[in-house]
Design a binder for this molecule. Structure first.
Ligand code: SF4
Length: 347
């Protein structure tokens, strides 16, 4: 295998970069993004969550690129294509604290004028905290505007089963730091574990309001082939499961208490109850009051949320990629990011 330092930057195409957007909540808002690139600083993840196939894809361990290479690549993309938004596709951008700070220092110095979005893991399986306020500050100073956190489950028992952490109280504090620092937050959750009950979903509903993330993604637990979860549950999956059934947007694992339709409805209700709550509205108002530039970002995002919820179209659309979405994306000369895109929905 080639050493990662020897692998040249990916080929990029102007028309794709110029049409790509961070499609969910973001600043600049989707309508003001001049193009988006994905980029990575590291490959692999040091963890081994029971439902994740990262090790099957990337092997064990993490390989980091040199910080200078990452900054140079981003600068070259900006200069060549005029993009103002980036998505770091690293599985766990904070898997090495020193390297994260190194990249952030260099990005801050380079002052590229690019807003970026990235994913962090907030705690390890032994419940040791892996994100703190200085880390968030360093990222903000380097141009980061949005961070996604794997919250996944409230239950310590399920967290253990999935090899996740259980640091619910700390996550609430983390979200308040995000608000104070003018960063946009996204919380990732998983539902559908066989140990979940009606009471669990009630508890989750209340916790989400307390957590107060700007954006939620709620996925269904799916035993992807090759993962420890697959080994455990493959015998209980429905017969004739096809490749297309392995999606986190539809329940696949049998649940002892809920049908597929009931779980689907639970997910929709959790999202509705969150986004349409007075608590969410008040905190968005407060955030915009403090950081007025987010106003248009929340407006465009909430338009998509209402379209999605009213159309019951819960297809996840993290990043608008014109190739993957070619059946639904139609570029119009008058209105590139037209209203059809909103119908794709986003959670
Ligand atoms: S932290 Fe994320 S990438 Fe790493 S194993 Fe867990 S789910 Fe996969």
């Amino acid at each position: 295998m080639k050493k990662i330092v020897l692998i040249p930057p990916a080929s990029r195409y102007r028309s794709l970069l110029k049409r790509s957007r961070v499609g969910t909540l973001m600043w600049p808002p989707r309508s003001e993004q001049t193009g988006m690139t994905s980029i990575y600083a590291s490959r692999g993840c040091p963890y081994a969550c029971a439902y994740c196939d990262a090790r099957q894809v990337w092997g064990i361990g993490v390989r980091w690129r040199h910080a200078d290479k990452v900054v140079d690549e981003l600068k070259a993309i900006r200069d060549a294509y005029g993009i103002n938004t980036a998505f770091f596709v690293d599985l766990t951008f904070n898997s090495d604290r020193e390297k994260l700070f190194d990249i952030c220092r260099k990005l801050e110095k380079a002052d590229l004028g690019i807003s970026w979005y990235v994913l962090l893991r907030p705690g390890n399986p032994e419940n040791r905290i892996t994100v703190d306020r200085p880390m968030l500050e360093a990222m903000r100073n380097a141009g980061c505007i949005k961070i996604g956190f794997g919250v996944e489950t409230l239950s310590p028992i399920i967290a253990k089963d999935l090899r996740r952490s259980s640091i619910n109280g700390y996550l609430v504090k983390l979200m308040r730091w995000m608000d104070e620092l003018g960063l946009l937050s996204k919380a990732f959750l998983i539902i559908g574990h066989p140990k979940e009950t009606k009471g669990y979903y009630e508890e989750l509903r209340s916790y989400l309001l307390e957590l107060g993330a700007d954006e939620l993604r709620i996925s269904f637990l799916v035993p992807f082939p090759g993962t420890p979860l697959w080994d455990k549950y493959k015998g209980s999956l429905p017969v004739n499961v096809g490749y297309e059934d392995y999606t986190t947007f539809r329940p696949l694992m049998p649940h002892p208490l809920f049908s597929v339709d009931e779980l689907t409805e639970i997910r929709l209700c959790l999202l509705k109850d969150y986004y349409y709550s007075s608590q969410y509205r008040d905190r968005v108002k407060a955030k915009i009051g403090r950081y007025f530039h987010f106003k248009q970002s929340f407006k465009e995002f909430m338009d998509c949320v209402s379209d999605s919820i009213s159309g019951n179209n819960l297809l996840q659309m993290e990043i608008l990629n014109p190739i993957q979405r070619k059946n639904t994306y139609r570029e119009s000369p008058n209105n590139r990011m037209n209203s059809d895109l909103k119908k794709l929905a986003l959670f």
